[in-house]
Design a protein around this ligand. Sequence first.
Ligand code: FES
Ligand SMILES: [Fe+2]
Length: 385
Amino acid sequence: MEMREQSALTEKLLRHIDKGTTDLASSPYKQPVLEYTCPEIAQLEKTLFFRSKPLCVGASPIIKESNSYVTHDLTGKPIILTRNEQGKFQAFLNVCRHRGARVAEGSGKRNSFICPYHAWTYGMNGKLISRPEEECFSKSKKNAASLRTLPSVERDGLLWIIPDPTESLIDLEEPLGALGNELSSYNFENFHHYETRVLRPKINWKLSIDTFLESYHFSVLHKNSINPIFYRSQTFDKYGLNFRLVSPRKTIGELKNSSPASLDLLPHIVGIYFLFPNSFVIWQLDHLELWEIYPSVNTPGESVAQMSFFTPEPVRSKQEKEHWEKNLDLVMHVVENEDFPLGEGIQSGFSSQAQDYLSFGTSEPALSYFHNSITAALGLPKAAD
Ligand code: FES
Ligand SMILES: [Fe+2]
């Protein structure tokens, strides 16, 4: 984050804390319950948001070295993310061009992908290198038997793809806009992948996202976990369809008399960068997290949340491992044992017909902004006041 931005944000946060205020939306918002439950809307969302538009599917450190790869199955398509010998990021459908078997599992380093069914062998660039009994296949078609390439781009330490191989190249200028500059200031590519964990809550994917979008609930739901660490005040800034939420830690008071030149706000905040439609880059005190939230393939009432945790330095000692393990466990505890179980109660209550709309107050501006963007993109009617 640029110094000028840190300085302005520090001033704003301290002012909010002094006055007991927070950033506000211009009006309350009514969110239709139907958008969390309707199978037709869920299908439309998959087509609109999870097939032909850029999705952030990882951060550069998950394939840090040349010839490394990781499989990714959460978009609803089987995908391999690779970094080739020259360090270039590429993405392929994890589908053998012979008879469709998966050519890779998990993650690792290698020079080629050998299909486990009949040993067709592909280079890290997706090209078919060899196949047993070559003479039995059409030579002229060998080039056409490469793994299907997906549009992909690596930028500011993040890996973006479009899951549809028929789409053209990715242009991130429009979706990232000014947020790109701020994300690049974290130098995400220099961080180190510590661990990835996956949760499968029985809640709609947007309800999973909602749990990250306000601090109104901290003093109630999280009173014994993270509430003692944070102030309620929060800033909210829009960048196109993306946005930034910043919550100050209780330590921010130390900055009251700092000169703008020596100011370092980052150890005193959690910075949540939402990347439309489904990812968060989260700066927490001294490390980065990438959260990806996807709809379940089965039902609108389930989702998948993947969290990857990144440390600024490689973890070398037992002591360092204990430190990061404690951090990771706290983050996962709050989401897994507090946010998501509460969300599952909400999701199961939707069918009770208690109400047609949820209410977002003006002090929950990110919720109304996110849902207004989704509803508008779907072409659905907005709720009347
Ligand atoms: S399905 Fe891959 S080699 Fe046959
Ligand atoms: Fe929460």
